[in-house]
Design a protein around this ligand. Structure first.
Ligand code: M7G
Length: 183
């Protein structure tokens, strides 16, 4: 028998399409709930660094859409890791895989329930990794999830992590969003 995961997870793929809205361009790929099915999927798809620039992968708990508007995201935010251009070759795929393993392995202990999912944005300006949590007001939970992420990704001082509230991000499209927490 296969090794069951605590949660069922859904992979989403976003590709920009000028004829569609952002929401319509989010495609649900597949869901899985065992370790073996995670690896079959992971080994079958392109790595993040192989995606065309402008594309995203998102992996969320089943039933949560990878958007601010979802009920589980609307009061939440994300730990954001901004990579510089050179890190696409050295860190992007490693960080993304480690984030996925943290999530499916429920590595955030008593706060794992607050994790909604994660997003990787492949962008010419520099790629971004975000871990989305459901309640931006739960400082304990946000900070513990951030600390664990930093530890597991072995984030060094040259890479800073900031937690941004989705409501702030949504209101400030195009400009910099303030960090509500930093690590
Ligand atoms: P992005 O892809 O997160 O980052 O957001 P980028 O600026 O580096 O490409 C780009 C744009 O996508 C935003 O300004 C929004 O128009 C749209 N967008 C992104 N997200 C995460 C959402 C979302 O959750 N909901 C909606 N409605 N639009 C979003």
């Amino acid at each position: 028998i296969k090794h069951p995961l605590q949660n069922t997870w859904t992979l989403w793929y976003y590709e920009p399409d000028r004829n569609k809205s952002w929401e319509e361009s989010q495609r649900e790929i597949t869901s899985f709930d065992t370790a073996e099915d995670f690896w079959s999927l992971y080994n079958h798809i392109k790595t993040a660094s192989e995606l065309r620039q402008g594309c995203d992968y998102s992996m969320f708990k089943q039933g949560i859409r990878p958007m601010w508007e979802d009920d589980q995201n609307k009061d939440g935010g994300r730990w954001l890791i901004n990579l510089d251009k050179k890190q696409r070759a050295t860190d992007l795929d490693n960080f993304w895989l480690e984030i996925l393993l943290c999530m499916i392995g429920e590595a955030f202990n008593e706060f794992s329930d607050d994790v909604c999912g994660a997003v990787v944005n492949v962008r010419p300006k520099g790629d971004k990794l975000g871990v989305w949590t459901s309640n931006a007001d739960c400082a304990d939970s946000v900070m513990e999830i951030g600390r664990k992420l930093k530890e597991r990704l072995r984030i060094t001082s040259k890479t800073t992590m900031g937690y941004q509230v989705h409501k702030d991000t949504a209101a400030k499209a195009g400009s910099q969003t303030k960090n509500t927490y930093t690590l």
